[in-house]
Design a protein around this ligand. Structure first.
Ligand code: TMP
Length: 211
């Protein structure tokens, strides 16, 4: 595909959204427009699905399979509506999470079958594949500290964020395993450092990719 597809991954409070916003601003100020995506979400249907996945009452007790299919549904809509047309038109697409999140959260951490997840990924993504992935790795202690500092409105608590620490440990380990499996695509970045250092490292890699 003529475009460039860059994804950002990591556990809770790793600073992905901040880093994407900074990178997008820098690229745009240099005359390089970007298409920004977030998952779940990005399309009107995807944003509705996001509400169910992240902000619904825990009492509705979403099952792991239901959760998987909702993440996949949001992605299918986003890929067809935005990502594929943008990549086919040669644009630079930056995504806050993509398929690695499903592999790690629903596969490694929830325990759903990884082989099936790969088949589902092929079905949903229709050939959209990241060229480069920044994995913002954060130790669990720093993650907890950042979460405690974060101020959220009462009605915006995040269902996934509230899962037990063991879940988040499996998420982190899953990501580190993926980084070993795909060293050519995934750049492992220590996200416990000051934002400005993380930003500089991302910028160096982006420059290398764009040139
Ligand atoms: P975020 O927008 O703050 O990153 O929140 C998204 C949450 O959804 C986060 O806890 C990771 C989770 N998630 C999955 O479990 N599977 C997925 O496929 C995606 C895209 C996100």
């Amino acid at each position: 595909m003529p475009g460039i597809f860059v994804t950002f991954e990591g556990g809770e409070a790793c600073g992905k959204s901040t880093q994407i916003a900074r990178l997008a601003k820098k690229l745009e100020s240099m005359g390089q427009p970007v298409v920004l995506l977030r998952e779940p979400g990005s399309t009107p249907a995807g944003e509705m699905i996001r509400q169910i996945l992240l902000h619904s009452d825990p009492g509705i007790n979403l099952r792991a399979k239901t959760e998987l299919l909702l993440f996949a549904a949001s992605r299918a809509q986003m890929v067809e509506e935005i990502a594929l047309p943008a990549l086919q038109a040669g644009k630079l697409v930056l995504a806050d999470r993509f398929t690695d999140s499903t592999t790690v959260y629903q596969g490694f951490a929830r325990g759903l079958d990884l082989k099936f997840l790969r088949q589902l990924e092929d079905f949903v993504c229709s050939g959209a594949r990241p060229d480069l992935t920044f994995l913002l790795d954060l130790d669990l202690e720093t993650m907890k500290k950042r979460q405690l500092r974060r101020v959220r409105p009462v009605d915006a608590t995040d269902r996934m964020e509230q899962l037990p620490i063991e879940f988040h440990r499996r998420v982190r380990e899953g990501y580190l395993q993926l980084a070993q499996e795909f060293p050519d695509r995934i750049r492992l970045i220590n996200a416990a450092r000051p934002e400005i250092e993380v930003e500089a490292e991302i910028w160096k890699e982006m420059n290398a990719l764009l040139s």
